[in-house]
Design a protein around this ligand. Structure first.
Ligand SMILES: [Zn+2]
Ligand SMILES: [Zn+2]
Length: 309
């Protein structure tokens, strides 16, 4: 009897998120303002390797308006601004004007008074999960239910003053990866959006910024390899929106189209996604990877075709 129990325990602990998947961990790197054009025209060997070895589309879609908050929110909240109420960058949790059909929970189990995110779902349904969020743009932090992450860190004063929040976020993620003690790490990088506003999308400076994002992504990939967890880790790269001229917020393809790339143990290699992907499908797709029940109020879908069954 005892040995049966032990066997069962071994099976469960080795099973990852569910008994049918090899994946035990996910790292999602979100690059603010990085358009498919940016990846296509910059030298991006690391992202190219993710595309070639994984499943991807360069015509995934942001929500309108193509501003940062509505899009980061939609990505993690499995719904659009009409549902979750994050309609602009001036949104604050206590300034919710749209009546919410459902709400999530804070880390302490109390009502978050916010639309549920993938972070909150993971915390609620798999309470022992190790969840980390390192964001280069300060305002990202308010989109996540309070207390659901083990660590949630913004750029800090140093990062803000010296514009080093991107490197800081990556270094923080690398430290966690080395310890191999995580289920979900989210990293937000902001400098590509800065280049878009400062120099313009499609300029050499913009492509240079995309190349630096690629170098940082490469550092994470290498750290995952060095830690010996490549076979159990999905790495995902996406963006909130693209841009045109020196801005974004409108509805041109340049602003709306975003890259959507996943590579890892359960992901079909070299697969170009046929399905229409909206940024809010990211939350559903992550929920499948983590084997979580999704709330009925989420409107997106899981992109099932990327998985090796
Ligand atoms: Zn943005
Ligand atoms: Zn911007």
């Amino acid at each position: 009897m005892k040995s049966y129990l032990l066997l069962l325990l071994i099976l469960i602990t080795n099973a990852g998120f569910s008994q049918t998947t090899k994946t035990k961990r996910v790292i999602l790197i979100g690059v603010d303002g990085m358009s498919p054009d940016g990846i296509n025209n910059a030298n991006t060997p690391y992202m190219d390797a993710l595309v070639n070895g994984g499943s991807s589309t360069f015509t995934a879609r942001a929500v309108l308006p193509t501003s940062s908050s509505p899009n980061w929110a939609s990505m993690i909240m499995g719904a659009g601004p009409d549902q979750h109420g994050v309609t602009s960058n001036s949104w604050e949790p206590n300034k919710q004007t749209i009546k919410l059909e459902c709400t999530g929970k804070k880390g302490n189990g109390k009502n978050s008074e916010m639309w549920p995110t993938i972070y909150g779902l993971l915390r609620e349904q798999k309470t022992n999960s190790k969840i980390f969020c390192f964001h280069d743009w300060w305002d990202y932090g308010r989109l996540v239910e309070p207390g659901v992450c083990d660590k949630k860190k913004g750029p800090g004063l140093y990062g803000l003053i010296f514009q080093k929040g991107n490197k800081r976020a990556i270094n923080r993620a690398k430290r966690i990866v080395k310890k191999k003690d995580f289920d979900f790490i989210f990293v937000h990088l902001d400098h590509v959006d800065h280049a878009g506003h400062h120099d313009g999308h499609g300029t050499p400076e913009y492509y240079k910024a995309v190349e630096y994002a690629d170098i940082l992504i490469g550092e994470v990939i290498q750290t995952v390899k060095d830690a010996g967890i490549e076979e159990e880790t999905i790495i995902m790269v996406t963006a909130d929106h693209g841009g045109i001229g020196k801005g974004h917020g409108g509805n041109t393809p340049e602003e709306v189209n975003i890259p959507w790339i996943l590579k890892g143990p359960d992901i079909s290699p070299g697969h170009k996604v046929n399905d229409e992907v909206n940024t809010y499908d990211t939350a559903h797709t992550l929920a499948r990877i983590f084997a979580l029940e999704t709330p009925a109020c989420w409107i997106g879908k899981c992109i099932d075709e990327i998985f090796i069954d």
